[in-house]
Design a protein around this ligand. Structure first.
Ligand code: AMP
Length: 214
């Protein structure tokens, strides 16, 4: 069984790696960002509340996020383990998580700290282009569309997501540095931190993670 936390700046590849870990080990992928985006798509009150913060690149208030994670972790599929992606992001969230897991009698096995330099983060996120119609994702340099501004798959218009704009990416990084980075020492002190070099290819990063888990 694996109870895992993925830590790292935006653009570190947490979502991509969490998806693979979820498939390989058969455990649910819990992404608070995905939960907010899904709520926004469905127009729920939670989605609209989160949008104010997300669009500015700021963190959603702790009390909102903590409640969501508490009920998600209590669902039966989390009995097999879980991979948390994008939570906790503050010390208050980490303390709350510790309390709820203790109540449920669940340990944290590893905190995977995916390390990438700031410049890589900005480069990865600002070069991302998303199709408005089908959601396909491109990278201007590493995976460009055949025709500029147009989706290869469906011909839809490519755009820059609001929170991928350079100003917003900078704010997301500042939020990370001020509020989330302290969790590295927090989990190191608990003996749970495993450093992963995240600047390599997706397959190489995955293989470093598998070495830690196996
Ligand atoms: P992500 O998809 O993980 O990059 O999250 C996108 C946005 O959702 C973040 O920039 C925050 O505004 C919000 N968000 C996601 N997870 C959290 C969290 N644990 N605490 C606060 N805000 C969050």
């Amino acid at each position: 069984m694996h109870n895992l936390i993925l830590l790292g700046p935006p653009g570190a590849g947490k979502g991509t790696q969490a998806e693979r870990i979820s498939e390989i080990y058969g455990i649910p992928h819990l992404s608070t960002g995905d939960i907010f985006r899904d709520n926004l798509k469905r127009g729920t009150e939670l989605g609209l509340k989160a949008k104010e913060y997300m669009d500015r690149g700021e963190l959603v208030p702790d009390e909102v996020v903590i409640g969501i994670v508490r009920s998600r972790l209590a669902e039966p599929d989390c009995e097999k383990g879980f991979v948390l992606d994008g939570f906790p992001r503050t010390v208050a969230q980490a303390d709350a998580l510790k309390g709820m897991l203790a109540e449920m009698g669940k340990p944290i096995h590893h905190v995977l700290n995916i390390q990438v330099p700031d410049e890589t983060v900005v480069e990865r996120l600002t070069a991302r282009r998303t199709c408005r119609s089908c959601g396909a994702v491109y990278h201007l340099r590493f995976n460009p569309p055949r025709e500029e501004g147009k989706c290869d798959a469906c011909g839809g218009e490519l755009y820059v997501r609001d929170d991928d704009r350079e100003e917003t990416v900078r704010t997301r990084l500042e939020e990370y540095r001020a509020k989330t980075q302290p969790l590295i020492e927090y989990y190191r002190a608990e003996g749970l931190l495993r450093d992963i070099e995240g600047g390599a290819s997706m397959e190489e990063v995955l293989s470093s993670i598998r070495k830690v888990l196996e």
